[in-house]
Design a binder for this molecule. Structure first.
Ligand code: SMG
Ligand code: MG
Length: 370
C-alpha cells in the first residue's frame, strides 16, 4: 500500500489518580496518536513517550518533531509500505524507538485491517485472554498503599507491582506481604538505585518477590549482572531492553532472569515479537509492560501478551485503572483477565466524539501526491 497521509493527534487524558514513580508524578497523560491513511483503509498507533524525558530519553514533543521532520516523510516516499518495511525504511535515523514504534503500529493496523487479520493471530498468539496485574505508585503513607492494593485485589488483579525508591522499599513491601499473604508481588525501581545499594536491595529477599524490575540505570548491564549475584530475588529488566539483541546480551551476561517487553521501548511490535522469541528460546519468562496506554495501545499490547512466552501477568490493567473515560470502548477485567481483541488489526476503534473531546492538537501530513 501507498500512504496517502498521516495524522498526528495530541490528546490529554486525566488519570483517575496521580501515578508517582521514582522519576516523577503523572497526573494527566499527554499522548501522541498516529493515524496512517491509505487507499485500503486506515490504522492507529499510540506513542508511549511521556511528556518529559524522565522514563527514557524520549518525550512527546521530541517524538512529534522526529516523526514530522524525518520518519513520516521517509515512509510516505515509499511506493509500497507494509509493517515489515517500516523498520528498514527508518533504520538510518538513530534512536527514537517510541516514535518509530507508533508509526509502525499504525501501518501494521492499517495493513491487517485491510487483510481482515487480527493482530493477535498475525503475531502468533496462543491465548484468547491475558492474566492481568496492576502497577501501584509510590504513596504518601503505607496505610494509603494498603487501601489501594486492597481495592485492586478486590477487582481481581492477579499480581501487584509496587513502585519503589530509596525510603519507600522494604517498609511498604513488608506491609503489603504481611497484610495480603502470598499474593504474586513484585517491585519496580525505574533505575533509582546504584550497585552500592545492593545490601539495601537484598533486604527485599525475604519477601519472596517474583522479581525486582530495573533496579540500576538503563546502560548498566554489568552492574545488573553483579547485582544478580548478590540477590536472591530475580532481576527483570525493563528500560535496558531496547532490542532483541539487547535482550540476548543481558541474558548471556546474567543481568536478568525475566524480561519486561514494551513494544514502544523496542521500536515496535515486530521487534517485540523478536524479543519474545529470543527470551523464550533461552527459557526466560516475559511479561507485557505498560505505559499508561489508552485503549488503542492497550488493544495491541493484549495481542502481544497472548503469545506463549508471556507466562507472567503483565501491566495490562483495565481501562478504569487509568481513565474515567477511555478513547475506545473500555477494557473491563473479568476474573482477573482481559480478553484479547479478535477483530481485524488491533480490533478496536477510537470513539470519534470522545477522541475529539480530549484532543489538544491535530496535524495532517499528506504524502507527496496524497
Ligand atoms: O501502564 O499500568 C501501566 C503502568 C505500568 O509501571 C508501569 N510502567 O517502568 O514499568 C514502568 C512504568 C513506566 C511508566 S511510569 C509512568
Ligand atoms: Mg518498569
Amino acid at each position: 500500500m501507498k500512504i496517502t497521509g498521516v495524522e498526528l493527534r495530541r490528546i490529554a487524558m486525566p488519570l483517575v489518580a496521580p501515578f508517582r514513580t521514582s522519576f516523577g508524578t503523572e497526573s494527566t497523560r499527554d499522548i501522541l496518536l498516529v493515524r496512517v491513511v491509505t487507499p485500503d483503509g486506515e490504522g492507529w498507533g499510540e506513542c508511549v513517550a511521556m511528556h518529559e524525558p524522565l522514563y527514557s530519553s524520549e518525550y512527546v514533543d521530541g517524538a512529534t518533531e522526529v516523526l514530522t521532520r524525518y520518519l513520516i516523510p521517509a515512509l510516505s516516499a515509499l511506493d509500497n509500505v507494509d509493517a515489515s518495511a517500516v523498520g528498514p525504511a527508518l533504520s538510518a535515523f538513530k534512536g527514537h524507538l517510541m516514535a518509530k514504534a507508533a508509526l509502525e503500529a499504525a501501518v501494521l493496523d492499517a495493513e491487517l485491517r485491510a487483510a481482515g487479520m487480527p493482530l493477535a493471530r498475525y503475531l502468533g498468539a496462543t491465548q484468547d485472554r491475558v492474566a492481568c496485574g496492576v502497577s501501584v505508585g509510590i504513596m504518601e503513607t503505607v496505610a494509603q498503599l494498603l487501601d489501594t492494593v486492597a481495592g485492586y485485589l478486590d477487582q481481581g488483579y492477579q499480581r501487584v507491582k509496587l513502585k519503589i525508591e530509596q525510603g519507600w522499599d522494604v517498609g511498604p513491601v513488608r506491609a503489603v506481604r504481611e497484610r495480603f499473604g502470598d499474593i504474586l508481588l513484585q517491585v519496580d525501581a525505574n533505575a533509582a538505585y546504584s550497585l552500592g545499594e545492593a545490601r539495601q536491595l537484598a533486604k527485599l529477599d525475604p519477601f519472596d518477590l517474583l522479581l525486582i524490575e530495573q533496579p540500576l540505570p538503563e546502560d548498566d548491564i554489568r552492574g545488573h549482572a553483579e547485582l544478580a549475584r548478590m540477590l536472591r530475588t530475580p532481576i527483570c529488566l525493563d528500560e535496558s531492553i531496547t532490542s532483541a539483541r539487547a535482550a540476548a546480551d543481558a541474558i548471556a551476561l546474567g543481568a536478568c532472569r525475566i524480561v519486561n517487553i514494551k513494544p514502544g521501548r523496542v521500536g515496535g511490535y515486530l521487534e517485540a515479537r523478536r524479543v519474545h522469541d529470543v527470551c523464550t528460546a533461552h527459557g526466560v519468562p516475559v511479561w507485557c509492560g505498560g505505559m499508561l496506554e489508552t485503549g488503542i495501545g492497550r488493544a495491541a499490547n493484549l495481542a502481544l501478551a497472548a503469545l506463549p512466552g508471556f507466562v507472567l501477568p503483565g501491566d495490562t490493567s483495565g481501562s478504569s485503572r487509568y481513565y474515567h473515560q477511555d478513547v475506545t470502548p473500555p477494557f473491563v477485567l473479568a476474573d482477573g483477565y482481559l480478553a484479547v481483541p479478535n477483530g481485524p488489526g488491533i480490533g478496536v476503534e477510537p470513539i470519534a466524539e470522545i477522541l475529539d473531546s480530549v484532543t489538544t492538537s491535530k496535524q495532517w501530513l499528506p504524502a507527496s501526491g496524497g
